[in-house]
Design a protein around this ligand. Sequence first.
Ligand SMILES: [Zn+2]
Length: 214
Amino acid sequence: MNCNIIKDLLPSYIDGICSEDTAKIVEDHLEHCEECKTCVNSMQRQTAYVQQNPKEVEKAIAPFKKINKKRRIQVITAIVMTFLMTFFITTVGYLVYQDVGVVHDFFSPKVTAIVDVEDDSEEWQSLNFNDKNYLIYDRVFWKKSIVNAGSDSESGNQSDRDILLRVKDVNGKVIVDEIQVKSGKSVKLDGLKKNEKYFFEIKAPQGRYFINAI
Ligand SMILES: [Zn+2]
Protein backbone atom coordinates (compact mmCIF):
# COMPACT_ATOMS: atom_id res chain seq x y z
CA MET A 1 0.00 0.00 0.00
CA ASN A 2 1.21 3.42 -0.96
CA CYS A 3 2.45 5.61 1.94
CA ASN A 4 0.51 8.64 0.74
CA ILE A 5 -2.76 6.73 0.86
CA ILE A 6 -1.92 5.55 4.36
CA LYS A 7 -1.14 9.12 5.45
CA ASP A 8 -4.51 10.20 4.11
CA LEU A 9 -6.14 7.51 6.21
CA LEU A 10 -4.16 8.25 9.38
CA PRO A 11 -6.33 11.08 10.81
CA SER A 12 -9.47 8.96 10.77
CA TYR A 13 -7.46 5.98 12.01
CA ILE A 14 -6.16 7.99 14.97
CA ASP A 15 -9.62 9.39 15.71
CA GLY A 16 -10.91 5.84 15.56
CA ILE A 17 -13.57 6.63 13.05
CA CYS A 18 -12.42 4.46 10.15
CA SER A 19 -13.79 1.03 9.39
CA GLU A 20 -12.18 -2.10 10.80
CA ASP A 21 -10.96 -3.05 7.35
CA THR A 22 -9.24 0.29 6.92
CA ALA A 23 -7.74 0.06 10.38
CA LYS A 24 -6.40 -3.39 9.49
CA ILE A 25 -4.80 -2.07 6.30
CA VAL A 26 -3.22 0.84 8.16
CA GLU A 27 -1.91 -1.36 10.91
CA ASP A 28 -0.45 -3.88 8.46
CA HIS A 29 1.33 -1.05 6.70
CA LEU A 30 2.62 0.50 9.93
CA GLU A 31 4.21 -2.79 10.90
CA HIS A 32 6.75 -2.58 8.18
CA CYS A 33 6.90 1.16 7.34
CA GLU A 34 9.06 3.26 9.66
CA GLU A 35 8.13 6.51 7.99
CA CYS A 36 4.41 6.09 8.48
CA LYS A 37 4.99 4.79 11.99
CA THR A 38 6.90 7.99 12.85
CA CYS A 39 4.11 9.95 11.31
CA VAL A 40 1.38 8.22 13.28
CA ASN A 41 3.31 8.56 16.53
CA SER A 42 3.72 12.26 16.00
CA MET A 43 0.07 12.71 15.19
CA GLN A 44 -0.99 10.70 18.20
CA ARG A 45 1.20 12.83 20.45
CA GLN A 46 -0.36 15.97 19.06
CA THR A 47 -3.85 14.65 19.53
CA ALA A 48 -3.04 13.55 23.06
CA TYR A 49 -1.52 16.94 23.85
CA VAL A 50 -4.56 18.80 22.60
CA GLN A 51 -6.85 16.56 24.60
CA GLN A 52 -4.80 16.96 27.75
CA ASN A 53 -4.09 20.68 27.52
CA PRO A 54 -7.12 22.36 26.04
CA LYS A 55 -6.32 25.70 27.72
CA GLU A 56 -2.76 25.74 26.45
CA VAL A 57 -3.95 24.99 22.97
CA GLU A 58 -6.57 27.71 23.21
CA LYS A 59 -3.85 30.14 24.27
CA ALA A 60 -1.58 29.02 21.46
CA ILE A 61 -4.15 29.54 18.74
CA ALA A 62 -5.49 32.81 20.17
CA PRO A 63 -3.05 35.02 18.20
CA PHE A 64 -4.14 33.33 14.99
CA LYS A 65 -7.74 34.03 15.83
CA LYS A 66 -6.79 37.65 16.40
CA ILE A 67 -5.04 37.75 13.03
CA ASN A 68 -8.13 36.31 11.45
CA LYS A 69 -10.26 38.93 13.14
CA LYS A 70 -7.90 41.68 12.00
CA ARG A 71 -7.92 40.30 8.50
CA ARG A 72 -11.68 40.14 8.54
CA ILE A 73 -11.85 43.80 9.58
CA GLN A 74 -9.44 44.68 6.75
CA VAL A 75 -11.57 42.87 4.21
CA ILE A 76 -14.76 44.50 5.49
CA THR A 77 -13.05 47.90 5.47
CA ALA A 78 -11.90 47.34 1.88
CA ILE A 79 -15.41 46.37 0.81
CA VAL A 80 -16.94 49.38 2.55
CA MET A 81 -14.31 51.70 1.06
CA THR A 82 -14.89 50.31 -2.40
CA PHE A 83 -18.61 50.79 -1.95
CA LEU A 84 -18.15 54.35 -0.72
CA MET A 85 -15.75 55.20 -3.54
CA THR A 86 -18.15 53.81 -6.12
CA PHE A 87 -21.00 55.67 -4.49
CA PHE A 88 -18.95 58.88 -4.36
CA ILE A 89 -17.79 58.68 -7.96
CA THR A 90 -21.26 57.81 -9.18
CA THR A 91 -22.83 60.63 -7.18
CA VAL A 92 -20.28 63.21 -8.28
CA GLY A 93 -20.58 61.99 -11.84
CA TYR A 94 -24.32 62.26 -11.63
CA LEU A 95 -24.21 65.76 -10.15
CA VAL A 96 -21.78 66.85 -12.84
CA TYR A 97 -24.01 65.27 -15.42
CA GLN A 98 -27.06 66.99 -13.94
CA ASP A 99 -25.24 70.25 -14.17
CA VAL A 100 -24.10 69.28 -17.62
CA GLY A 101 -24.92 72.72 -18.95
CA VAL A 102 -21.93 74.13 -17.12
CA VAL A 103 -19.62 71.36 -18.24
CA HIS A 104 -20.98 71.44 -21.73
CA ASP A 105 -20.62 75.20 -21.82
CA PHE A 106 -17.01 74.91 -20.76
CA PHE A 107 -16.02 72.32 -23.33
CA SER A 108 -18.32 73.50 -26.09
CA PRO A 109 -18.73 77.22 -25.64
CA LYS A 110 -21.54 78.79 -27.59
CA VAL A 111 -23.09 82.22 -27.57
CA THR A 112 -26.01 83.37 -29.64
CA ALA A 113 -26.71 86.75 -31.11
CA ILE A 114 -30.22 87.60 -32.22
CA VAL A 115 -30.23 90.43 -34.68
CA ASP A 116 -33.10 92.17 -36.36
CA VAL A 117 -32.38 93.53 -39.78
CA GLU A 118 -35.03 96.21 -40.21
CA ASP A 119 -34.80 96.72 -43.92
CA ASP A 120 -32.84 95.54 -46.87
CA SER A 121 -30.42 98.42 -46.60
CA GLU A 122 -26.83 97.58 -47.26
CA GLU A 123 -25.78 98.57 -43.74
CA TRP A 124 -23.51 96.43 -41.62
CA GLN A 125 -25.28 95.53 -38.43
CA SER A 126 -23.31 94.63 -35.33
CA LEU A 127 -23.96 91.45 -33.37
CA ASN A 128 -24.42 91.40 -29.61
CA PHE A 129 -23.39 88.20 -27.90
CA ASN A 130 -24.70 88.03 -24.32
CA ASP A 131 -25.42 91.75 -24.36
CA LYS A 132 -21.90 92.59 -25.41
CA ASN A 133 -21.10 93.99 -28.79
CA TYR A 134 -17.87 92.03 -28.85
CA LEU A 135 -16.74 88.48 -28.36
CA ILE A 136 -13.62 87.17 -26.67
CA TYR A 137 -12.37 83.68 -27.38
CA ASP A 138 -11.32 83.09 -23.81
CA ARG A 139 -10.97 79.32 -23.86
CA VAL A 140 -9.13 76.79 -25.93
CA PHE A 141 -12.39 75.01 -26.67
CA TRP A 142 -13.79 77.70 -28.89
CA LYS A 143 -14.03 76.43 -32.45
CA LYS A 144 -14.01 80.02 -33.69
CA SER A 145 -16.86 79.31 -36.06
CA ILE A 146 -19.94 81.33 -36.83
CA VAL A 147 -23.20 79.50 -37.50
CA ASN A 148 -26.08 81.02 -39.39
CA ALA A 149 -28.56 79.13 -37.21
CA GLY A 150 -31.76 80.35 -38.81
CA SER A 151 -34.03 83.28 -39.32
CA ASP A 152 -37.60 84.47 -39.10
CA SER A 153 -39.12 86.44 -41.89
CA GLU A 154 -42.14 86.53 -44.11
CA SER A 155 -40.23 86.68 -47.29
CA GLY A 156 -38.69 83.93 -48.84
CA ASN A 157 -36.50 81.30 -50.03
CA GLN A 158 -33.49 79.86 -48.32
CA SER A 159 -30.89 81.68 -50.30
CA ASP A 160 -32.35 84.98 -49.04
CA ARG A 161 -31.39 83.88 -45.58
CA ASP A 162 -27.69 83.78 -46.26
CA ILE A 163 -25.69 86.44 -44.49
CA LEU A 164 -22.47 88.25 -45.07
CA LEU A 165 -20.16 88.44 -42.11
CA ARG A 166 -17.19 90.54 -41.23
CA VAL A 167 -15.06 90.77 -38.10
CA LYS A 168 -13.13 93.74 -36.78
CA ASP A 169 -10.60 94.04 -34.00
CA VAL A 170 -10.49 96.70 -31.27
CA ASN A 171 -8.78 99.11 -33.61
CA GLY A 172 -11.57 98.80 -36.13
CA LYS A 173 -9.33 96.90 -38.47
CA VAL A 174 -11.18 94.33 -40.55
CA ILE A 175 -9.78 90.92 -39.72
CA VAL A 176 -12.31 88.78 -41.56
CA ASP A 177 -13.79 90.52 -44.55
CA GLU A 178 -17.19 89.81 -45.99
CA ILE A 179 -17.59 86.09 -46.01
CA GLN A 180 -20.85 84.44 -46.82
CA VAL A 181 -22.49 82.21 -44.26
CA LYS A 182 -25.26 80.24 -45.82
CA SER A 183 -28.45 79.53 -43.92
CA GLY A 184 -27.91 76.58 -41.60
CA LYS A 185 -24.20 76.50 -42.33
CA SER A 186 -21.11 77.60 -40.50
CA VAL A 187 -17.77 79.11 -41.37
CA LYS A 188 -14.56 78.77 -39.48
CA LEU A 189 -12.80 82.00 -38.76
CA ASP A 190 -9.12 81.35 -38.97
CA GLY A 191 -6.73 84.01 -37.82
CA LEU A 192 -8.71 85.12 -34.76
CA LYS A 193 -6.66 85.08 -31.59
CA LYS A 194 -7.49 83.92 -28.12
CA ASN A 195 -8.34 86.52 -25.44
CA GLU A 196 -8.84 89.40 -27.85
CA LYS A 197 -11.97 91.41 -28.44
CA TYR A 198 -13.61 90.99 -31.80
CA PHE A 199 -16.58 92.82 -33.21
CA PHE A 200 -18.92 90.94 -35.50
CA GLU A 201 -21.13 92.49 -38.14
CA ILE A 202 -23.54 91.05 -40.65
CA LYS A 203 -25.26 92.23 -43.73
CA ALA A 204 -28.49 90.45 -44.63
CA PRO A 205 -31.97 90.87 -46.05
CA GLN A 206 -34.72 92.02 -43.73
CA GLY A 207 -35.57 89.60 -40.95
CA ARG A 208 -34.50 88.25 -37.61
CA TYR A 209 -31.35 86.17 -37.53
CA PHE A 210 -29.95 83.76 -35.02
CA ILE A 211 -26.19 83.70 -35.16
CA ASN A 212 -24.20 81.31 -33.03
CA ALA A 213 -20.56 81.76 -32.21
CA ILE A 214 -19.04 78.43 -31.25
ZN1 LIG B 1 4.39 4.00 4.79
